[in-house]
Design a protein around this ligand. Structure first.
Ligand SMILES: *Cc1c(COP(=O)(O)O)cnc(C)c1O
Length: 367
């Protein structure tokens, strides 16, 4: 926490606005709109999953449709496709940003079209806060006139060519879980290009009530709005967002320095200066052929023995038992990342002593 969150929450209690609406919800949305720029319209919701679900609904995804989605991601990027009765079509990553590969994406689109069905949407993700290949993915999307749902859950504070992540999709989503760059304890947001579309999202997020004095419904709705208490935390967190980004980036610099002299380990970094990453998580890949057989498991277990948590990169969705029956396009980039990749301690609250311990342990493992 930054320190001012409690003031916003106190205000909630003082004014008795304990509800999934109120001044903090509106204020938090305005803070985010201002931060993102580009006349973004933001609707605060109860989770990132809810935001992705509503995004798909706004893009007209329904039963029997196909949706293209990056395979290397959190399952929350893919689950809402199933909620809609649609079919996920998984697409591999490219090696530079670890995100959806424009070539595999185009190949997937062409093949689905040749099989008689044009996909309804593309879900692209900025993993670990590194932007996907924004221009290349937009070019493919525009060529085939398929809208992009931009999963910016991990990338609040990241940007590409000076434009903030969250503003590149036809619809974007943001996330404020306890482990993300800023938190509302749990929560998310949908980012739209027009006020009308935001209003539509809020309509679905509040049980799809028609304009009537009684409860009247012509459509199926959801209970997906953010609480005014949580939004109060969010308003306080917006004041420390840039600071959190700086601290995460400091962790990335720390790992670049630690691994500089270690052969066979790459610290995941942006390909060039067009990309600005919040480095939500610092991640590495280990090539055991260059490390005398030291694998990501060797390092993970050594860290675990010292009570330091680390975690393999996302297991690709097309390898998950629940998703393995769905189509997949690409080669083995995401699979190799899962095999050789590790997320390292990256929290914005790590101390110099913590960093010392981590560095000593890593150096001991690699001799
Ligand atoms: C954390 C995460 C989500 C999940 O959001 P919830 O708040 O758990 O619903 C979605 N997408 C990505 C890429 C994530 O990292």
């Amino acid at each position: 926490m930054g320190g001012t969150e409690q003031n916003y929450i106190q205000e909630v209690f003082d004014t008795n606005w304990i509800a999934p609406l109120g001044p903090n919800v509106t204020g938090f949305e305005q803070d985010l709109e201002q931060y993102l720029g580009h006349q973004a319209h933001v609707g605060a919701l109860s989770s990132g999953t809810a935001a992705i679900h509503l995004g798909l609904i706004l893009l007209g995804v329904s039963k029997g449709d196909e949706v293209l989605v990056q395979t290397h991601t959190h399952n929350a990027s893919a689950n809402p496709i199933i909620y809609q009765g649609a079919t996920p079509v998984f697409v591999d990553s490219e090696a530079q940003t670890w995100n959806i590969c424009p070539l595999a994406l185009e190949q997937a689109i062409q093949d689905r079209i040749s099989k008689g069905k044009k996909p309804k949407a593309i879900i692209a993700v900025h993993l670990y806060g590194v932007p996907y290949q924004v221009e290349a993915i937009r070019a493919v999307a525009d060529k085939y006139e398929i809208p992009i749902l931009e999963d910016s859950a991990e990338a609040l504070g990241s940007s590409y060519k000076g434009h903030k992540c969250g503003t590149f999709g036809d619809i974007g989503i943001l996330l404020f879980n306890g482990n993300k760059i800023i938190t509302t304890s749990g929560g998310g947001a949908i980012v739209t290009k027009t006020a009308a579309l935001k209003d539509k999202a809020i309509f679905y997020a509040t049980q799809a009530r028609d304009a009537a004095p009684h409860y009247q419904h012509s459509e199926i709705g959801y209970n997906y709005r953010m609480s005014n208490i949580c939004a109060g935390i969010g308003r306080g967190q917006m004041e420390v967002l840039d600071e959190h980004v700086a601290l995460r980036r400091k962790m990335h610099d720390f790992y670049v320095a630690v691994f500089a002299s270690i052969e066979g380990v790459d610290v995941f970094s942006t390909p060039n200066d067009d990309y600005f990453a919040n480095y939500w998580l610092s991640a590495i890949t280990i090539d055991p052929e260059k490390t005398n057989g030291i694998t990501r498991e060797t390092l993970r277990l050594a860290l675990e023995a010292a009570n330091i948590e680390s975690r393999p990169l996302w297991k690709p969705m097309h390898l998950q038992p629940i998703f393995e029956r769905y189509p997949y396009y690409g080669s083995n980039i995401a699979e190799t990342l899962f095999e050789n990749g590790l997320c390292l301690p990256s929290g914005s609250n790590l101390t110099d002593e913590d960093r010392d311990r981590i560095a000593k342990l890593i150096k001991a493992v690699f001799g």
